[in-house]
Design a protein around this ligand. Sequence first.
Ligand SMILES: [Zn+2]
Length: 296
Amino acid sequence: MAFHPRLFAALLVLLPAPALAQDMFKPLQDFVEDLVPRTKPAPRPAPVAKTAAETPPPLPKPRPEGLGEDVAKPVPEEPAAPAEDPAPPAEETTSQPEEAKPAPEPEADTRIYQVACPAMISGAVVAKMLPPIAEGVCMAQSPLEVTALTLNGRTVELTSPIATNCEMATALVDWAGEVDAYARAALDSEIAALQTGTSYMCRPRVGGGEAFTSEHGFANAVDVVGFTLADGRTVVVKDDWTPATTPEAKLLRQSHGAACGRFTTVLGPEANADHEDHLHLDLGCHGQTCTAQLCE
Ligand SMILES: [Zn+2]
C-alpha cells in the first residue's frame, strides 16, 4: 500500500499526537499508579520475590522497638511481608524513635545506681539490700541489712541485724570464720551467734570532735559485743577481756588480733574507755593510700 505524500505529511504533523495524548492521560496514569502500590499489599503472594529484592528497608510496623538496628534483618526472614512503598517506612522510622525517646530519659534520671554484694550472692552473708542512705553528711550507696553469716558451712545468726556496706560484711564473715575455728579448737565449742552492737549510726567520731563523722555514719563500721557459743557460754568483751589468761579472754584477744589483719581500724578495751565493752571494727581510710591500720 502506498501513501499519498499529503497523507504522509499529515501523519508527520500528527506524530506529536501520541505524546500529547500521553500528557493528557498522565494525570490519570499517575492516579492509577498511585492506586497500584496501595492495592499491592492485599495480593501479597505474587510480588514476593520482586519486592523483597527491590525494597531492602522494610517493615518497621511489626517491630516498633529497635527500628534502626533491626531494619536489615526482617527482610530475608519475612519474605511474605510486603511491598510497601519505601517512603512510608521512612516516615515511620523517623517518627517512632521520637516518640520513644521521651520515655527512657525520665527513667535515667530516677534510677538508683547500687552495686550488688558478691558475699551476699554467694550466701556467705545473709542479707538484703537497703535503700541508699543520705542523711546530712552521712551516706552509703549500697548498704545491706545483714542478719546472719555463713561460718565454716553453718549459718550463724547475729543477735541484732546490722546495717553495713558490702566490704564490711565481707570482712566480717571472713573474720568471724577465723574466730569460729579458734573457738572450736581452743574452747571446744563453735560460735552459735555473733553478738552485735552499733552498726550504721550518723554521729561524730568518738573522741574526734564534732568535725569528724564516725565510720558508723558511712555504714562502714560494726561494733561486736561478743560471742555466744554452741555449748551455751557467752563470751563478751565487757566481762571477759580480763583476766587475760582465761580461755574466754584468749578467744576475745585472738579475735581482736585476727581483726587487725582484716579491718583498717580495730579498737578494743585497751584503746580507750569508750571501747571497754565492745570491739569497734571499720574499714576507714587511713593514710594517703588507705593502707595504714589502727589496731588498739
Ligand atoms: Zn564503733
